[in-house]
Write a protein of this length. Structure first.
Length: 399
């Protein structure tokens, strides 16, 4: 049975989970309980043994100790919507599968994607709103650009973008409207299968083409493995990137001195991206299960216990960062754990960083005097996925 929040205080988990994380961290790096809100989940669906890792060390240990912890729990959650994917695999199966899909994310491709795909898409989106002198940067920019980037990287026909965008939104909203997500998942399967078929007879230079031809030690990916991986890219690659770049823009706009420093010195874009990823982690919590009876942070965990791996809390661990509760792009660089660690380390981390850098560079090149319109009370919200409700801004085009 999972204990409810046990610290005797009331926390607004959706608005700001960080005080709850800090309160737990101050007591233990690992505790029996959860950082998620289980209040609406019927008892029979709650794990029998539930723990949470909240210190940096504990989170890092769980990610790296793949003998004691596995991610098979995804089969019963997001796996229901995307199919069997790399995320839930382990050991040799995971390594073989990861080697195959990695061929589609090689450094050479990344280098070409920046000028050929990512920058033109950012420019095109800015063209669409620049004349009006105002925009909601979430609706008009940060959601749309990773959607268009993924669609282009996959090599989907331009005319399919509205259909693809709609199915992507439906799939990533699986926790809110699961029936619609199942339908989107089935539609995406049919759509991707047709795209795979096209490339089997006529190979193309795009991610689907690379996945169709990928071969490591005589092994190739099946159609099901390919379309499941492609569906995984929507929550893994689109949603996280849209949320993290929105968070960064919001944080810079609400810290005008730091924003002005970035405008004056583009070398600060890199540190700003890392600090944004640390301070407002787009995905604050993932789960693992104990594969065997084990020990974590001095607690004995039975095999099968579910562990909340609280990346958001790890990233604010005061034992690792000075004044960890402050957003400060000038801080000494100490690596965060936003992209996880160990075997399942994010496969798209270089792409995500490049997309965010290019988006910020393009904005700074094209507009000035950007100010957040606070009338709508925009704010960052959500758990485990976090991002701003909106980023409404006014600005002057640079002519
Ligand atoms: C800021 C943006 C991103 C964040 C914060 C992020 C975060 C993460 C995290 C935390 C994991 C590990 C999940 C777990 O083990 O439970 C992960 C895995 C993964 N990510 Fe990302 N991600 C981002 C962008 C991307 C992009 C752009 C792509 C590709 C287009 C991508 C593809 C993947 C894949 C395929 C995995 C599974 C790797 C494996 O299981 O071996 N991610 N990501």
């Amino acid at each position: 049975m999972v204990p409810e929040f046990d610290l005797g205080e009331s926390f607004n988990l959706l608005h700001d989970p960080y005080p709850l994380f800090a309160a737990h961290r101050a007591r233990h790096g690992v505790f029996e309980g959860s950082v998620m809100d289980w209040s609406k989940t019927p008892d029979e669906f709650r794990p029998e043994h539930q723990y949470a890792a909240v210190s940096f060390d504990a989170v890092n240990t769980v990610f790296r100790d793949s003998k004691s912890f596995n991610s098979k729990i995804y089969d019963a959650t997001i796996g229901l919507f995307i199919g069997p994917s790399i995320l839930a695999m382990e050991g040799q199966l995971h390594r073989a599968h990861r080697n195959l899909v990695t061929t589609a994310f090689k450094a050479k491709s990344l280098k070409a994607w920046e000028p050929e795909i990512v920058r033109p898409i950012c420019e095109q989106l800015i063209d669409e709103f620049i004349e009006s002198g105002r925009a909601d940067l979430v609706r008009d920019f940060t959601f749309e650009f990773p959607t268009r980037v993924i669609s282009k990287l996959l090599g989907l026909p331009e005319a399919d973008l509205p259909w693809f965008r709609q199915r992507a939104v439906e799939l990533i909203s699986y926790h809110v409207k699961y029936q619609r997500a199942f339908e989107a998942s089935a539609a995406l399967k049919d759509y991707f299968t047709a795209q795979i078929d096209l490339r089997r007879s006529n190979p193309t230079d795009d991610i689907i083409g690379d996945l169709v031809t990928a071969e490591v030690d005589g092994e190739k990916l099946t159609d099901e493995e390919i379309y499941s991986f492609l569906r995984l890219l929507l929550p893994a690659g689109l949603e996280t990137t849209f949320r993290s770049s929105s968070n960064l823009l919001y944080l810079l706009l609400t810290h005008p001195d730091q924003f002005a420093a970035v405008q004056a010195d583009r070398e600060l874009i890199g540190p700003a991206i890392e600090e944004g990823l640390r301070y407002e982690t787009p995905l604050t919590t993932v789960q693992r299960s104990a594969s065997v009876d084990t020990e974590l942070g001095g607690l004995a965990l039975p095999a099968g216990a579910v562990v909340d791996v609280c990346i958001g809390s790890a990233n604010r661990d005061e034992a690792r960062w000075e004044r960890a509760e402050e957003f400060n792009i000038f801080r000494k660089h100490v690596p965060h754990i936003t992209f996880a660690a160990g075997e399942h380390t994010c496969l798209g981390l270089h792409l995500a960083r490049m997309e965010t850098r290019v988006a910020i560079e393009c904005l700074l090149d094209r507009v000035t005097d950007i100010a957040l319109d606070t009338a709508e009370d925009p704010h960052i919200v959500g758990q485990p996925f976090r991002s701003p409700t909106a980023v409404p801004v006014t600005f002057e085009p640079i002519t």
